[in-house]
Design a protein around this ligand. Structure first.
Ligand SMILES: C[S@@+](CC[C@H](N)C(=O)[O-])C[C@H]1O[C@@H](n2cnc3c(N)ncnc32)[C@H](O)[C@@H]1O
Length: 225
């Protein structure tokens, strides 16, 4: 056996850099550049004013999937800024392509886990609305602890919404729908409101699939008092 030891040089990336999608999508914004925002820190609050070209009311979608809802809804609302959060990079890239083809200047995308994002990266009182459509239902009883919409989520929504801000929820899952209504219904910070017809008319990818099979959309909306 050789007495020479082999030395390997390993570059340790700071955690924050590892969290970033290191790809051309992270280039700075311009109309022909990616809408996917690089995360420069996983501990400091995000500066949304620096992210968008125009300061205007801001809405958030968590778990944007293929972006069918987001791209359509953003194109109808140029007087608002939108943030799409999704944990899967492939899906974010798809949304990015669609949104740039549609020339949307008021949309930005973030690859991050939704609860972590709300808990640690969002300054208080910055969203006018939150949209959560067809979040993973985790139907098995022992997995229900993984559901996004729970008691803690209500507290986080309360913190990041502006006074009077609204949260819009949709699901196909009866049990999850009951949970959504129970946790928001139990909060003195929220009251139940109607989903506006024009918003309900913009369907998501999963919604289209469920409705085509005859499974109806269950909708709930709550306003922060
Ligand atoms: C069932 S799909 C629904 C997608 C879309 N909202 C729709 O209705 O077509 C749920 C989406 O949320 C994303 N997702 C699930 N849990 C998440 C989390 N904790 N943080 C961020 N994204 C999440 C998944 O990757 C997936 O794209």
């Amino acid at each position: 056996m050789s007495s020479r030891s082999s030395i390997q040089l390993i570059e340790i990336q700071p955690f924050e850099r590892q969290m970033m999608p290191m790809s051309p999508e992270t280039t700075p914004n311009a109309s022909n550049h990616s809408l996917i925002q690089p995360l420069t820190s996983v501990t400091e609050l995000l500066d949304f004013d620096a992210m968008f070209e125009t300061r205007q009311p801001m809405e958030l979608e968590l778990g944007s999937g293929d972006g069918s809802f987001l791209v359509h809804y953003v194109s109808l609302n140029s007087g608002r800024n939108f943030l799409g959060v999704e944990r899967l990079l492939g899906r974010l890239r798809k949304i990015d392509r669609k949104a740039r083809r549609a020339g949307l200047a008021n949309l930005r995308l973030l690859r991050i886990e939704a609860s972590y994002f709300l808990e640690f990266l969002v300054p208080p009182g910055c969203f006018d609305a939150i949209h959560v459509y067809f979040p993973d239902p985790w139907p098995k009883r022992k997995h229900r602890k993984n559901r996004l919409i729970n008691e803690r989520f209500v507290e986080l929504a309360h913190r990041v919404l502006k006074p009077g801000g609204r949260i819009f929820l949709r699901t196909d899952d009866q049990d999850y729908f009951a949970q959504m209504n129970a946790v928001f219904g139990a909060s003195r910070s929220f009251s139940s409101v109607e989903t506006p017809t024009e918003l309900a008319g913009v369907v998501t990818d999963f919604e289209q699939g469920f409705n085509a099979k005859g499974i109806p959309t269950l909708r709930a909306a709550f306003r922060q008092s």
